[in-house]
Design a protein around this ligand. Structure first.
Ligand code: PLP
Length: 398
C-alpha cells in the first residue's frame, strides 16, 4: 500500500545527511564541549559552527543563539525569563488565544504567580488585530508573545508590525517561530524581534533540540540551574550531536527555502482545489492567503475528525485532526474555537501539512481516497441524510 506522510507540522523525517552527521558526533567526535583536550575542542568547534549556521537563517549574531531542548523549552525560557527579570517594571503579559500550549501553559502558570495575562482574540481567519494589541499595552506590560505562524491552521501573523509597535513602546517581543524557521523568511533585526523560539525536528533535524534567539541586552532570568553552559543562560552538557544536526538542517532548509515555498504552495493549492471540487460541505480553516505554504486545514461537516484520521491511516495516509481526542479530551482545538468555528464543524477538521518529500502523486492519491472515505462516513450520519433530503425538497419546490 502507498504510504503518504502529511503531518510535517508535527514532525519531519531527519535528512540522511543530518542523520550521518549526528551519528558521527555520537560515536567518533563524542567529546564534552566543555573539555579542554582535543575531543572536547572538536565538539566545541562543531557547536559554534552550528550556532553560526542557525544565526545566519534569521539574521542574528551567533552570540544571540542559546541552544535548548527544543521549542517548548525555548518558549518557557523566553516567557518566564523575561517575566521574572522585569517584574519590578510590571507584571503584564500580552499573548493570543491561539498560541501553542508551550506558550499558553507557561502564561497560565505565571498567572498563578501573580502576573496578569491578556489573551488577544483572533478573527475568523486566525489573525490578531494590531489595534487590539496596541490598545492592550499598559505601562505594566513587559512582554508581548505572538506566534509567527499557527501550527494548526497555518495563519501567518503580522510579526513585523507587532515588533515595530513593541519596540516603540519599550516592551519585549517574543515570537514562537517553530513553524516558520527555515520555511518562510524571518529576520530578527528587520522584524524587531527580541526573542524567537525554534525547534529542529520541524525542519528535518533531530528531535529534542532547538534554540532561543535572545537579542543582545535583553534582561532575563534563568529558569534552570546547574552549570555555566550557553553563556550561563541554559545550564547542562550541550547535546552536541543534536546541535550539530540542527545546524546542518537549518543551513539546508535556508538553501532550499525559496524553491520549497513555491513547490509546497503549488501542491497545497492543488490539494485544496481538489477537495473543494469533489467534496461538499467543506470549509477551509485559516487565512486564504496569509498561510504557511504546506498547510491545508479543512473542516468537513457530518464527520468526526478522529474517524477520518483512522480511515486515512488504513489507506496509508498520516494526517492530524483539530479535535484533541488523542490527548484524552473531547474538546475541539482551542485554535478553531478561538476563530469562532462552531464545535460540530471544528470536530470534523483535518490538517494535512506537506513537506519536501511529498510528490504530485501523493496529492493525487489523497484526492482519490478522501472523497470515498467521506462518502462512506457520511452515509452513516443521520444528519447528513436529513440535510440532503431538505435540500432536495427545497430544490423541487423552487
Ligand atoms: N510551538 C509550536 C508552534 C509548535 O508547533 C511546537 C511543536 O509542535 C512547539 C512549539 C514545541 O516544539 P518542541 O516539539 O520542539 O518542543
Amino acid at each position: 500500500m502507498r504510504r503518504v506522510y502529511l503531518d510535517h507540522s508535527a514532525t519531519t523525517p531527519v535528512r540522511p545527511e543530518v542523520a550521518e552527521l549526528v551519528c558521527k558526533y555520537m560515536t567518533v567526535h563524542f567529546g564534552n564541549a566543555s573539555s579542554v583536550y582535543s575531543f572536547g575542542r572538536e565538539a566545541r568547534k562543531a557547536v559554534e559552527n552550528a550556532r553560526e549556521q542557525v544565526a545566519a537563517v534569521i539574521g542574528a549574531d551567533p552570540a544571540e543563539i542559546i541552544f535548548t531542548s527544543g521549542g517548548t523549552e525555548a518558549d518557557n525560557l523566553a516567557i518566564m525569563g523575561v517575566a521574572y527579570a522585569n517584574e519590578k517594571k510590571g507584571n503584564h503579559i500580552i499573548t493570543t488565544q491561539i498560541e501553542h500550549h508551550a506558550v499558553l501553559d507557561t502564561c497560565h502558570y505565571l498567572e498563578k504567580k501573580g502576573f496578569e495575562v491578556t489573551y488577544l482574540p483572533v478573527d475568523e481567519h486566525g489573525l490578531v488585530s494590531i489595534r487590539d494589541l496596541e490598545n492592550s499595552i499598559t505601562d505594566k506590560t513587559v512582554l508581548i508573545s505572538v506566534m509567527h505562524a499557527n501550527n494548526e491552521v497555518g495563519t501567518i501573523q503580522p510579526v513585523a508590525d507587532i515588533g515595530r509597535i513593541a519596540r516603540g513602546r519599550g516592551v519585549y517581543f517574543h515570537t514562537d517561530a517553530v513553524q516558520t524557521f527555515g520555511k518562510i523568511p524571518v529576520n530578527v533585526k528587520d522584524m524587531n524581534i527580541d526573542l524567537l523560539a525554534v525547534s529542529a525536528h520541524k525542519i528535518y533535524g533531530p528531535k529534542g533540540t532547538g534554540c532561543l534567539y535572545i537579542r543582545k541586552g535583553t534582561k532575563m532570568n534563568n529558569i534552570m540551574f546547574g552549570g555555566g553552559q550557553e553563556r550561563k543562560r541554559r545550564p547542562g552538557t550541550e547535546n552536541v550531536p543534536g546541535i550539530v544536526g540542527f545546524g546542518q538542517a537549518a543551513e539546508m532548509a535556508a538553501a532550499e527555502m525559496d524553491q520549497q515555498m513555491t513547490y509546497l504552495a503549488k501542491q497545497r493549492d492543488r490539494l485544496i482545489a481538489g477537495i473543494f471540487k469533489s467534496i461538499d460541505h467543506v470549509k477551509l480553516n485559516g487565512h486564504p492567503e496569509k498561510r504557511l505554504p504546506g498547510n491545508v486545514n479543512v473542516s468537513f461537516r457530518f464527520v468526526e475528525g478522529e474517524s477520518l484520521l483512522l480511515s486515512l491511516d488504513m489507506k496509508g495516509i498520516a494526517a492530524s485532526s483539530g479535535s484533541a481526542c488523542t490527548s484524552g479530551s473531547l474538546d475541539p482545538s482551542h485554535v478553531l474555537l478561538a476563530m469562532g468555528i462552531p464545535h460540530e464543524i471544528a470536530h470534523g477538521s483535518l490538517r494535512m501539512t506537506l513537506g519536501r518529500g511529498n510528490t504530485e502523486e501523493d496529492i493525487d492519491y489523497v484526492l482519490e481516497v478522501l472523497p470515498e472515505i467521506l462518502n462512506r462516513l457520511r452515509a452513516m450520519s443521520p444528519l447528513y441524510h436529513q440535510e440532503k433530503e431538505s435540500k432536495e425538497c427545497c430544490q423541487s419546490v423552487h
